[in-house]
Design a protein around this ligand. Structure first.
Ligand SMILES: *Cc1c(COP(=O)(O)O)cnc(C)c1O
Length: 238
């Protein structure tokens, strides 16, 4: 089969997945008495090629997310001509910050002071403003990233005070094996506290392929969907 047909086939597949995900978002919004326009669908393209990012863009996706700088940097460069907002959603080491600040529009995984300072410096150097979300841990166990709930407000204040950063809101990943609705309700409470001091920080990034419905019920404004859009990833061993 020619490359053209392979691409067309993949585009049809992505279009069908996208329609299905949009339907789920609409149904969850209807059930929660919300407007589907309030939800931003962020396509998590990690482990998939730049050609998929391009197809998603052609299909109307405006937001894409990556979690590893090594993969994200070349993909963003290959898609520079596309009208996309790039989100960084992975655990971020300070030695990668300079690279991430060169292509990311939104960093969703800000979880410590040191990172705020490094992102501010890198954004200033790059002559860019970076939108940031404070990632909150919804899991007692360590290791998946995210600030402890008690540290979220102080981090939000630090981002808001940084010269080259904008505080957009909060992000979280539901704990493995837990009740996502209960976890997202905890995130919603902290998000509301952040908005008391920072009314413009309205983003609540929560919900993935398996739990976007409870996230929308609990007030998510952004859902981050990988598998349901792009198909199964190969397991990444860390
Ligand atoms: C991979 C990833 C997602 C998407 O997960 P799926 O279950 O494939 O939809 C969302 N958020 C983060 C932070 C991720 O790393």
């Amino acid at each position: 089969m020619s490359g053209f047909h392979v691409t067309e086939e993949r585009k049809d597949e992505l279009a069908a997945n996208l329609a299905e995900v949009r339907k789920r978002i609409e149904a969850a919004c209807a059930a929660a008495g919300r407007d589907a326009d309030e939800i931003t669908l962020v396509a998590v393209t990690k482990t998939f090629p730049a050609s998929d990012v391009r197809l998603l863009s052609e299909l109307g996706v405006a937001d894409v997310a990556e979690n590893r700088d090594q993969d994200a940097a070349p993909k963003a460069a290959a898609c520079e001509d596309l009208p996309l907002t790039w989100h960084f959603v992975g655990q971020l080491q300070t030695n990668k910050v300079r690279s991430v600040a060169s292509y990311a529009d939104v960093v969703q995984s800000v979880d410590r002071s040191k990172l705020v300072a490094a992102l501010d410096r890198a954004a200033g150097r790059a002559g860019r403003r970076l939108r940031c979300l404070v990632q909150m841990s919804l899991d007692e166990r360590e290791g998946r990233g995210g600030a402890a709930p008690g540290d979220v407000l102080a981090l939000a204040d630090e981002i808001a005070a940084a010269g080259h950063l904008e505080l957009d809101g909060v992000m979280a990943v539901a704990p493995l094996g837990g009740d996502p609705a209960e976890a997202f309700a905890r995130l919603a409470r902290i998000a509301a506290e952040v908005r008391e001091s920072h009314p413009a920080a309205r983003v609540v990034s929560a919900g993935m392929s398996g739990d976007l419905e409870p996230a929308i019920t609990c007030g998510a404004t952004h859902v981050r969907v990988g598998t349901a859009l792009l198909g199964g990833r190969r397991a990444i061993v860390r």
